[in-house]
Design a protein around this ligand. Structure first.
Ligand code: SME
Length: 159
């Protein structure tokens, strides 16, 4: 398996995000990850635009499930726990939501705004066990770059 140079990717993402607009930056971040991290079949954002519900945001890959309640799936588990979910085999997860039959491994990183859940970054791979601890740490670091460079709107307050 190829191991990406995550510190290099973090510097490149920081240079790429030259605008603080959340829509531009979510689109650019998932496109960048899809290009630079090997063996992914889906990379994208789900955003908490209504309470306890994840709405599909910018992504790369096949059309995906929408919306996802906080009670469901790996994304819901990340949203509820606010902890990264790293799954070697999604078929072993009882309530995994299968959007693309090619997906076997999944990594979901929560994104917080003022201690509330803003959204999640969801990565899928056809390769079982694709995401190791170093991938988790590397992708979490990319999300820190995204959060630092982005003006995250308060979707829940503006409804
Ligand atoms: N598998 C996810 C749903 C999102 S898709 O993978 C894009 C889940 O169980 O939450």
């Amino acid at each position: 398996m190829t191991h990406p140079d995550y510190p290099l990717l973090a510097r490149q993402l920081d240079a790429l995000l030259d605008d603080n607009d959340w829509l531009v930056n979510t689109a650019q971040t998932c496109a960048f990850i899809m290009q630079q991290v090997p063996d992914l079949n889906w990379a994208g954002f789900y955003l908490q635009r209504q309470p306890e519900l994840l709405t599909l945001g910018p992504f790369q890959g096949k059309p995906a499930c929408n919306p996802i309640p906080f009670t469901k799936g790996v994304c819901g588990a990340a949203a509820r726990s606010r902890e990264t979910q790293r799954i070697d085999d999604v078929h072993a997860v009882a309530d995994h939501i299968a959007c693309d039959a090619a997906s076997n491994a999944e990594l979901v990183v929560p994104i917080l705004r003022e201690e509330a859940l803003w959204g999640v970054l969801d990565l899928d791979s056809p390769q079982p066990g694709r995401f190791g601890e170093s991938d988790q740490a590397g992708i979490e670091a990319l999300i820190r770059v995204f959060v630092t460079r982005t003006d995250l709107p308060d979707f829940l307050a503006s409804r």
